[in-house]
Structure formats: C-alpha cells, structure tokens
Design a protein around this ligand. Structure first.
Ligand SMILES: C[S@@+](CC[C@H](N)C(=O)[O-])C[C@H]1O[C@@H](n2cnc3c(N)ncnc32)[C@H](O)[C@@H]1O
Length: 232
C-alpha cells in the first residue's frame, strides 16, 4: 500500500499529540492509560481473562506499556494501516507486542483469535460508511463472548472540538456521536452495546476525578467509549 495519512505523523506523533492536549494538563500517557484501566475494570467485573488483545488502529503503540502494567499475562497485537507508525512502535517497544500491518479492510487473523479488542481514537479517521463493515471484521476475529471497546472523542464537548479543530493530524477527522457509534456496533452484530462518557475534569481539578464513575451517563465528557460483546 502507498503511504497512508499517519505515516507522515509517525515520528512526531507523540510531540504533536502532547501539544494538542496541553489544555487538559495531562500527557498522552494519561489518556492511553485510563483506557486500559477502564478495560481492565470492565473485564474484572465480569471475571474475564484476556489471553489475547487486539489494539485496532494502534498507531505507535501507546497502549502497549499499559497493557503490560494492567494485563501482564495478555499477548497484545497492534494493528494499523500505517506501516511507519508500526515501525516506530516496534523500535520503541520491541517484543512487548506484535505489530501487524493490514490493508484497512481484512484483519489478517483467523476467526476467534482475540478475547478483547480496543480501538482508541481510530474511527473518526475512517470514512463513516466503512464503520459497520470494520466493526463486523473486528467481531469476526473476537472469540464468542469477546469484548469490544471503542474509545472516541465526544463531539458534544466544546474543548474536545477545539482540540480536534486545531490538531494537524485531525485535519480530516469526522467525529462520531456516541449513540451513533453504539448503533454501528449493534449493526455490526455486537450485543450489549453501552456508552460510557469519560474525562470530565482537567489536571487542575483532578481531586474531583473520583466523581467521574458516577458521571458516565452524562454526554459532556471529553471522550466516551462504547463497550460491546460478541454473543457467545
Ligand atoms: C489518532 S491515531 C490513534 C492511534 C492510537 N490508537 C492511539 O490511541 O494513540 C489514529 C490511527 O488510526 C489509524 N487508522 C486510520 N485508518 C485506519 C483503518 N482503516 N484501520 C485501522 N487503523 C486505521 C491511523 O493510521 C492511526 O494510527
């Protein structure tokens, strides 16, 4: 495949991202880790042990150190259409994960390979009319009972919109409302699809963050995730 959009950001991705989110007072690692912590909490609640995890659209592999911390027994596969991003990730993270390129359509793994799949801030970079087919493809490579977690920017949050509108690598981004992403997960065959809103308080107000667990219903968080399941 020819160069894809994120190839040109691969080397500078972290620096660009850090500059873009500085209003939040947090660094990219904060945003990467909270997602893995949330997934760990969701799986723990249901006594699910993940042997294999798919990070769909993993880019340079932000999630990998946090999978190592919160899922030490889980084998992680980072999948992306950007070879350059995967190369940067592999050079930095070595064999902490497996880095796999794909054509943006067919995930090169057999049915039922993974127990959990994460897509972090990926779908707003993919044309909306491809979402359901790609979600169905993720569903194919999950085990029956496997869990999907799609994290996205919340277009209803004004600071999120500002950050996206001023971010070079979001130039072509098309944000997705949470109920729309939940409907797409259902249309792709997932069940038990739920939305949880996240990230209400910047670093300055971090003492209030314990309240966030009670605010996941409120559509004002900077991000959200759709959690869903492949029926057993
Ligand atoms: C904003 S980056 C997010 C990277 C990573 N998930 C993170 O949280 O840092 C978006 C990523 O989506 C990838 N991407 C774009 N189109 C894709 C597709 N069709 N399938 C999978 N990944 C895609 C890009 O190459 C890029 O690495």
């Amino acid at each position: 495949m020819d160069e894809v959009e994120f190839d040109k950001f691969a080397d500078e991705y972290r620096a660009m991202h850090a500059a873009n989110i500085r209003l939040s007072g947090e660094d990219p690692e904060y945003f990467a880790e909270y997602k893995v912590i949330d997934i760990a909490a969701e799986l723990r609640r249901e006594n699910i042990v993940a042997r294999r995890a798919l990070d769909f659209g993993a880019g340079v592999g932000y999630s990998v150190p946090f999978f190592a911390r919160h899922f030490p027994a889980t084998r992680v596969t980072c999948l992306d259409v950007s070879r350059k991003s995967l190369d940067v990730g592999a050079a930095r993270l070595g064999d902490a994960a497996e880095f796999t390129h794909f054509d943006g359509r067919t995930i090169p793994f057999p049915d039922g390979t993974f127990d959990v799949a994460l897509a972090s801030c990926v779908f707003h970079h993919i044309p909306h009319d491809e979402h359901v087919a790609l979600l169905a493809e993720i569903r194919r490579v999950l085990n029956p009972g496997g869990r999907l977690f799609v994290f996205e920017h919340n277009p209803l949050n004004p600071l999120t919109r500002y950050a996206v509108n001023t971010c070079e690598f979001d130039e072509h981004a098309k944000l997705v409302l949470a109920p729309t992403m939940r409907r797409r997960a259902r249309d792709a065959g997932f069940v038990a699809a739920d939305v949880r809103y996240r990230i209400f308080f910047p670093h300055l107000l971090r003492r209030l963050r314990p309240l966030e667990a009670r605010l996941t219903w409120l559509p004002l968080g900077a991000q959200y995730y759709v959690a869903a399941r492949k029926a057993s």
